[in-house]
Design a binder for this molecule. Structure first.
Ligand code: BJW
Length: 228
C-alpha cells in the first residue's frame, strides 16, 4: 500500500509549537501580510527576520510528540511506500525519526540567499544580516514559502499523489492551497482519503473518512491499525 501523509501545524501543536489560525495562534498580534508575503519582507525585513528568528530559537526547546514518532514507525514498516509531505517548517518529523519528508513550505533551520539562490543550513539569527556562506552577499532571507510564492517539490508531490492508495491529512485547517487541494487530487486518482484533525477542517466533507481528536492520540492509533 502506498501512502502519502500531509501534515500541518496541528501535528506539532502538542509539542508546543503554535498553530497559525487557532485562537492563540502564531499570527495573533501579526497581520499575515506583515510577515508571510515577499512584499512584507521587502518593506519591513527586520520585523520579518525577528518573527522567524524567534520561532527558530523556540524550535530548539521543543520535542517531537507521539504523532511524529508514530509516522516514523510507519516509515520503518512501509519504507519507500510512505511519503510525508509537511507544510511545517519545523524539523520535528526528522527529529522523530522520519527520513522521507518533503517540506513544501520550506524549513526554519535553513536560509535562502536572494543573491545566489543557494539554500544553507541555518541555526542562527538572520536579523543581523550575516553574509551568505556560499557567495558572501548579505541577502539572506528565511527559507520559507510565503503567499504568492511557489511551494517546493510540487512535481515530486504530484507524481507521488498520482500513484498513492491512501492519502491522509493530519493537523491542517485546509485553508491554504495548493496543499488544501491534494485531497481532491488524490481522490480523483483513486486514493482513499482520511482526515485526522482536532476538529473538522474547511475541507472535511471532501474526505472519505474523518476522525477528530488530538494528533498525539489519533495518529498512533491509526498507525497501529495500518500495521496490524
Ligand atoms: C490539531 C491540533 C492537535 C490543532 N491535533 N490537530 C484564492 C483561492 C485559492 C487559492 C488562492 C487564492 N488566493 C491566493 C491563493 C493561493 C494562496 C492561498 O492558498 N491563499 C489562501 C489564503 C486562500 N497560496 C499560495 O500563495 C501558495 N503558493 C501558490 O499557490 O503558488 C502557486 C502555485 C502552486 C503550485 C504550483 C504552481 C504554482 C503558497 C502558500 C504559502 C503558505 N505559507 C505559510 C507560511 C510558511 C512559513 C511560516 O511557517 O511562517 O505556510 S502560511 C501558513 O499556512 C503556513 C502553513 O504551512 C499554512 C497552513 O496552515 P496549517 O498548517 O493548516 O495551520 P492552521 O493553523 O491553519 O491549522 C492547524 C489545524 O490543526 C487546525 O485545523 C486545528 O484544528 C488543528 N489542530 N491542534 C490535531 N493537537
Amino acid at each position: 500500500m502506498r501512502v502519502v501523509v500531509l501534515t500541518g501545524a496541528g501535528i506539532s501543536a502538542e509539542s508546543g509549537v503554535p498553530t497559525f489560525r487557532d485562537a492563540d495562534g502564531l499570527w495573533e498580534g501579526h497581520r499575515v501580510e506583515d510577515v508571510a508575503t515577499p512584499e512584507a519582507f521587502d518593506h519591513q525585513p527586520s520585523v520579518v527576520h525577528r518573527f522567524y528568528d524567534a520561532r527558530r530559537a523556540a524550535l530548539l526547546a521543543v520535542q517531537p510528540n507521539p504523532a511524529h514518532h508514530a509516522l516514523a514507525r510507519l516509515e520503518a514498516a512501509l519504507g519507500d511506500d510512505l511519503l510525508v509531505v509537511t507544510q511545517n517548517i519545523d524539523d520535528l518529523h526528522e527529529r522523530g525519526g522520519s527520513t522521507r519528508v518533503l517540506h513544501m513550505h520550506g524549513e526554519l533551520r535553513s536560509a535562502l540567499c536572494r543573491g545566489c539562490g543557494g539554500r544553507s543550513p541555518w541555526d542562527h539569527e538572520l536579523a543581523d544580516l550575516p553574509p551568505c556562506p556560499r557567495c558572501g552577499v548579505t541577502e539572506l532571507r528565511p527559507d520559507v514559502v510565503w503567499f504568492g510564492e511557489v511551494p517546493y517539490e510540487m512535481e515530486r508531490i504530484q507524481q507521488t499523489l498520482d500513484r498513492t492508495d491512501l492519502f491522509v491529512s493530519v493537523g491542517t485547517s485546509g485553508a491554504v492551497y495548493p496543499a488544501a487541494g491534494f485531497v481532491q487530487y488524490a481522490g480523483r486518482r483513486g486514493a482513499r482519503t482520511l482526515e485526522l484533525n482536532l476538529m473538522p477542517s474547511e475541507g472535511t466533507h471532501l474526505f472519505d473518512e474523518a476522525r477528530h481528536g488530538p494528533a498525539s492520540e489519533l495518529v498512533p492509533a491509526w498507525v497501529d491499525e495500518v500495521l496490524g
